[in-house]
Write a protein that binds this ligand. Structure first.
Ligand SMILES: CC(C)(COP(=O)(O)OP(=O)(O)OC[C@H]1O[C@@H](n2cnc3c(N)ncnc32)[C@H](O)[C@@H]1OP(=O)(O)O)[C@@H](O)C(=O)NCCC(=O)NCCSC(=O)CCC(=O)O
Length: 566
């Protein structure tokens, strides 16, 4: 790009920056020297390929979504938490909010993630263990007791049974007297990554996609700020994918949901802002920063050029980041604080919109209160002390980071081609039921391609670790203990007994006939193709349990068994 065009862009950015609201904060270095809100080429210099880098707040958004970067608003500190019953988790949420957490993020226990009630024999031993147990709207009410749902953005990490759990959240809001249309938050929902990596699905892919389409329709029509899909690379990366695979599979999944929305006749400029993303911040500092920058650029280009999005918001890739659980070690666990800080810094330099920092004890158990607090404070140290929130995309223009960004983008584009090819194998006539990327994803799930590719990457990494080419302190180098014992959070089995008892009591009190009628109406909608959300809401209002709703749908739609493969 020639120098004049760069200057014109700078002036455009400056005008938008001047017109934007900034935080009341001291934007100088520790020594008191002023810093600019963003840096670019020296005035008068040309810069080849600058259109790929650009200015913050402008297409292709490589440097961030807002002209102000974090000067307008810092990222959301959103710590993922949940354990035991709704009451215990509610206490933890209040502690997080009092300590300066900016939003909530619900971790559900395994039975809830699988759409099963706490009294299901298959839930035995798991109730309240890796997250909070939620059986019905009544539990959801307790979970958010004294937390005004209209004022706090709430993320819920659930995908198989996302839609019924979302209905419980809506009903809890209704019972607080909050108008659902003002709710703001995020539901994970992303089912593609379940088949690809995390493996927590309820049905075949098609009925899941149908439910997701219902949810997108419902939110686009009536809950404009809510993000019904958090397209997640985190679990793909944690399963062993490389950075480029994480990026490409996740963005492809995002394209799949765009195709789903379009196939339902929704307006891309209306529903696309409801898609947000969730990435892993692993420990290779620069590669991660490059990944985040490439993610925004690829998404904006595809949204504009392939799917016809016209507004900035529909071209924006907004993302939450979690530091890499898989990088934490049980050996010398206090070192995990350092790893997490470095990973969090990469997320921030990559422009994350929201961040979870893992606690040092998470390889061993759910975080203790003390470990959870250190994790939260890690973000606050970055935010308040280091000056990283003063300048947008401070590594933009670094030869290394720009080249890494380009390379990861090119790798991702190659993977999109492979996915499209798989779609054509499934539909050689080019007539795709939902869209070309969706066909490729579904084919890649069916034939185990994604799983195989990830397994291959995980295997290669493990080999290099075992050979000593890759080094991890306390694991294959620098052995020995630097710390004493950790105090681990243990969730008592009493939680399960109590949850089962309360559930039985609630079931005894409710009107069973009303539950049956509501479930029948929901199944009728499932059969006739109309939107399932309203009848599901009625079932939830009647205190139908999560297990009852999911079981009814399982019976209707059948279950999914992964093809065997190696
Ligand atoms: C979009 C995100 C990513 C972030 O939403 P947030 O509300 O926190 O932040 P945001 O939208 O970026 O910002 C809030 C509002 O401020 C505005 N805003 C932000 N920065 C601004 C700036 N500089 N200038 C002007 N406005 C600005 C935004 O446009 C938005 O307004 P408007 O709303 O008006 O636009 C959302 O989807 C989210 O919260 N995701 C979290 C997902 C999550 O927690 N997942 C946990 C998974 S845990 C998991 O899966 C477990 C893994 C495991 O351990 O196994």
């Amino acid at each position: 790009m020639d120098a004049d065009a760069i200057e014109e862009g700078r002036r455009r950015w400056q005008a938008r920056y001047d017109a934007s609201r900034k935080r009341e904060a001291d934007f100088t270095t520790l020594s008191g020297d002023p810093v600019e809100p963003v840096y670019g080429p020296r005035p008068g210099d040309a810069y080849e390929g600058f259109e790929r880098i650009g200015w913050p707040g402008e297409y292709p958004f490589t440097r961030g979504l807002y002209p102000t970067g974090y000067r307008g608003r810092t990222w959301t500190i959103r710590q993922f938490a949940g354990f035991g019953n709704a009451e215990q988790t509610n206490e933890r949420y209040k502690m997080i909010l009092e300590a300066g957490g900016g939003g909530l993020s619900v971790a559900f226990d395994m039975p809830t993630l699988m759409g099963r009630d706490s009294d299901d024999p298959r839930s035995l031993g798991e109730v309240g263990h890796c997250g909070v147990a939620i059986d019905s709207a009544a539990d959801m009410e307790v979970l958010f007791k004294d937390i005004p749902l209209g004022d706090v953005t709430t993320s819920m990490t659930i995908s198989g049974p996302a839609v019924p759990v979302f209905c419980m959240y809506l009903v809890a809001a209704e019972r607080q007297g909050v108008d659902p249309s003002v709710l703001n938050g995020t539901l994970q929902t992303d089912i593609f990554k379940e088949y690809i990596a995390q493996k927590e699905w309820l049905f075949q892919p098609e009925p899941h996609l149908r439910l997701i389409g219902d949810l997108m329709e419902h939110c686009a029509a009536g809950i404009p700020a809510y993000k019904p899909l958090s397209v997640s690379g985190y679990h793909i990366r944690e399963a062993g994918a490389t950075a480029a695979q994480e990026l490409a599979y996740t963005l492809a999944d995002g394209f799949g949901y765009v195709e789903l929305g379009l196939s339902r006749g929704l307006d891309v400029d209306v529903f696309a802002p409801g898609l947000s993303f969730f990435f892993d911040a692993h420990v290779d500092f620069f590669e991660e920063i490059a990944k985040f920058r490439a993610a925004r650029r690829i998404w904006a280009r595809w949204m504009r050029d392939v799917y016809g999005a016209r507004t900035d918001k529909a071209q924006w890739l907004r993302f939450h980041t979690q530091t890499a659980g898989v990088s934490l070690t049980a050996q010398q666990p206090y070192n995990n604080v350092v790893r997490t800080a470095v990973e969090a810094l990469a997320a921030v330099l990559g422009g994350t919109n929201s961040l979870h920092t893992n606690a040092l004890d998470e390889t061993l158990a759910l975080p203790s209160e003390q470990a959870a607090e250190i994790a939260l404070r890690t973000q606050q140290v970055l935010m308040e002390e280091t000056g990283v929130a003063n300048v947008a995309d401070p590594l933009g223009g670094s030869w290394f980071v720009e080249q890494l960004t380009d390379r990861i983008e090119a790798d991702a584009e190659k993977i999109f081609e492979q996915i499209k090819e798989r779609g054509l194998r499934a539909h050689p006539d080019g007539r795709h039921p939902i869209g070309p990327i969706t066909s490729g994803i579904l084919r890649g799930i069916e034939d185990g391609w994604f799983t195989g590719e990830i397994a291959e990457s995980a295997f290669r990494y493990q080999q290099s670790l075992e050979k000593g080419d890759k080094r991890v302190v306390g694991v294959n180098v620098h052995h020995g203990s630097v710390t004493g014992d950790l105090e681990i959070l243990r969730v008592s089995h009493e939680v399960e007994r109590e949850q089962v008892r309360v559930l039985a009591e609630r079931k005894a009190r409710r009107d069973d006939a009303a539950v049956r009628t509501a479930l029948e109406a929901m199944l009728a909608a499932a059969r006739d193709g109309s939107n399932t959300i309203e009848p599901m809401l009625d079932a939830v209002r009647a205190e139908a349990t999560l297990g009852e709703i999911c079981e009814a749908l399982r019976e209707e739609w059948g279950v999914y068994t992964e093809p065997a493969g190696f």
